[in-house]
Design a protein around this ligand. Structure first.
Ligand code: ADP
Length: 624
């Protein structure tokens, strides 16, 4: 007696209206419909023949019709016991249903997959398929499908021998079917529950249930359930050794099954009765039934029944000394078993493929979600960049404001001085106004040049023109022409404490002067009067190093890098004689040094301890 699945009860989805109007497709749809009813009636060879008619033109069919074909093929093949094919096409149907966005069809196809996998003793894969189907059924609020799936889960657990779990599933399915008023479905789950009792050996209780069910089956004119309850009663009688009762019940069952063309069940019932008879020692009768089961199974292509029939017949012949016959059946059953094992192996491989595909789909979804996370991280970064750009823009306008301010003062001064010069006209004072105006103009020009330099260096637009250069000679020239006078005015001393043995380097003379001028001017600018500024040159590997130590305010640790950024001015560093300060010199100097392959940095023991600047330039130009 078979525990029954509900795969075939769901209707394939209706096709679209436009396709219905094309006669060719309409007739194919009709063929598929007929194949479906034939499969449901277990007229499997006929269903199979119809499906084989459609098979050659499958590729030319629209996808939804192809999907229906696959579903029907899966139902029919599954009932015929060709699980390999059934599983394969159920999988194709699942994929198409997903592609076409047809959840109901996907549900049905997954259920078919579950049924195949369950028959193939792949419980975990079957469970997964059923669970996926359940997920869809719940989403779709398809209560009938939920119940049907629980029924199938019950069948799976029965097959696995986990009867308590099977009972729980059937009971849930039963209450759902009852609540939904689906009487025939509810009876089917009651039949399944009675089968569980029978399997548990609770024969009395099972008999009572089957009898009640037989009554209901009669009353409702429900042939399938009626057959199943009679079958249950026949099984119980045979189990109990009441062979006469069993015989008449089986005879009744056979008549009903053939009346309703339930061919596969008929083959199975013959087989079972044959097995019972063989066990009871009624060999002759047994052989008749087994032979009938064998022929039917053969024409239906149900391999499992064929093997069982051959094996049983081999045993009977052996028992009766008919060794040749026994050998014949035995070799047939072995051959079939081998084929089945291969088919089962193939199926298992297919099943594994399914699981891998599912996993891949699952992981690709995860990867997608990771990608989305990366995307949002990128967006966040873009947002931050945007903020930074805003900040940079804000700084730019600040700087412009500052530059405008710094330029306005000296220009204002120039105009004022020129006005005075005009007023003074021929008077002797005029000359001094003009010369001061000239000084103001010169410092404005130098500020402008620095601004332009800084901008060009930031954008990497400055080229250097290195040539062999005596560094110490350049240094001394700047000191004598420019710095010593400035220091003298502030009462400062400048002392050379160290001289390198060689000082010819490759450098751009103008740029080199610019760097030195900035460093020495700063030392003077930020040191108090009477201070001593010390400097020295030395060789360090391939570098010529110039150090300049001042007695200025020193640089706080956390500002040592910042002073090399454009427009950085430390509140702690105030020019001691009111000299101009625009925060550009050091940034330009560092850029230029690096363009020569050198480096510039400061060391200071902190505020109040003075600073030492280190300029390193390579002997040969080495722009690492
Ligand atoms: P400027 O001196 O024109 O402001 P710089 O780029 O040469 O511009 O210097 C940047 C800032 O670094 C100065 O504003 C000052 O705050 C600080 N600084 C530079 N040199 C020294 C020094 N020798 N001692 C102390 N602070 C200094």
């Amino acid at each position: 007696m078979p525990e029954t699945n509900e795969a075939s009860s769901a209707n394939p989805p209706p096709g679209s209206a436009s396709e219905e109007t094309i006669p060719d497709l309409a007739s194919i749809r009709e063929t598929l419909e007929s194949a479906k009813s034939l499969s449901l009636d277990l007229r499997l060879s006929e269903a199979d023949a119809l499906l084989q008619e459609v098979s050659p033109i499958l590729d030319s069919l629209p996808e939804d019709l192809r999907m229906e074909f696959f579903i029907n093929r899966s139902i029919c093949s599954g009932r015929m016991g060709n699980m390999a094919q059934s599983l394969k096409v159920a999988r194709d149907a699942t994929r198409l249903a997903e592609k076409l966005g047809k959840p109901r069809s996907r549900l049905l196809a997954l259920k078919l997959q579950g049924n195949c996998l369950s028959s193939l003793s792949e419980p975990s894969l079957a469970l997964r398929a059923y669970q996926d189907a359940l997920g869809i059924a719940k989403q779709e609020n398809a209560e009938r499908e939920i119940a049907a799936l629980y029924n199938n889960l019950g069948a799976l657990h029965t097959r696995l021998g986990d009867l308590p779990e099977a009972r729980a599933c059937y009971e849930l399915a039963h209450s759902l079917h009852e609540a939904g008023g689906r009487i025939s479905d509810a009876i089917r789950t009651r039949v399944n529950l009675a089968i569980v009792l029978f399997r548990e050996g609770q024969l009395e209780e099972a008999r009572a249930r089957f009898e009640a069910l037989r009554g209901e089956g009669h009353a409702l004119d429900d042939p399938e359930n009626l057959c199943l309850s009679i079958w249950g009663l026949a099984d119980i009688a045979a189990e109990e050794g009441r062979m006469d009762t069993a015989e008449s019940l089986f005879e009744d069952l056979f008549a009903r099954l053939s009346r309703h063309h339930l061919q596969a069940w008929l083959a199975e019932a013959h087989l079972e009765w044959g097995e019972y008879l063989a066990r009871a020692g009624q060999d002759k009768k047994a052989l008749v039934l087994l032979e009938s089961a064998r022929t039917r199974a053969d024409s239906l292509g149900i391999r499992e029944f064929l093997i069982r029939a051959h094996r049983e017949m081999a045993g009977l012949h052996e028992k009766n000394g008919l060794h040749e016959e026994a050998f014949h059946h035995l070799s047939l059953s072995t051959k079939l078993e081998k084929e089945t094992a291969t088919a089962l192996g193939d199926n298992r491989i297919q099943a594994l493929r399914i699981i891998h595909e599912t996993d891949r789909a699952h992981y690709s979804a995860e990867i997608q979600s990771l990608r989305n996370k990366e995307l949002s991280a990128a967006l966040e970064e873009a947002r931050q960049q945007h903020e930074l750009a805003d900040e940079a823009n804000r700084l730019k306008s600040e700087i412009l404001k500052m530059a405008a301010h710094d330029l306005r003062n000296p220009i204002g001064g120039i105009i004022g001085l020129l006005d005075l010069a005009i007023l003074a006209q021929s008077k002797s004072e005029g000359t001094s106004y003009v010369s001061r105006a000239r000084d103001e103009a010169a410092s404005t020009l130098s500020l402008l040049e620095r601004l332009l330099d800084a901008a060009a260096l930031e954008e990497g637009r400055v080229a250097t023109h290195p040539e062999p250069l005596d560094f110490i000679a350049v240094l001394e020239k700047i000191l004598s022409e420019n710095i010593l006078e400035k220091a003298r005015r502030k009462g400062q001393f400048i002392s050379c404490d160290e001289v390198a043995s060689s000082s010819v380097i490759e450098a751009d003379p103008a740029r080199c002067r610019q760097i030195l001028d900035n460093l020495l001017s700063n030392a003077v600018k930020y040191s108090p009067t009477q201070a001593t500024i010390r400097y020295g040159t030395r060789l360090e590997n391939r570098f010529l190093v110039l150090w300049i130590r001042d007695e200025g305010p020193g640089i706080p640790e956390d500002q040592k890098d910042r002073i090399f950024k454009p427009f950085a001015r430390l509140p702690s560093s105030v020019p001691t004689a009111g000299e101009a300060s625009n925060g550009l010199g050091l940034s330009i100097a560092r850029h230029l040094t690096e363009a020569h392959g050198g480096s510039l940095h400061v060391e200071s023991d902190g505020l109040g301890h003075g600073s030492t600047f280190f300029l390193k330039l390579p002997f040969s130009q080495d722009k690492r």
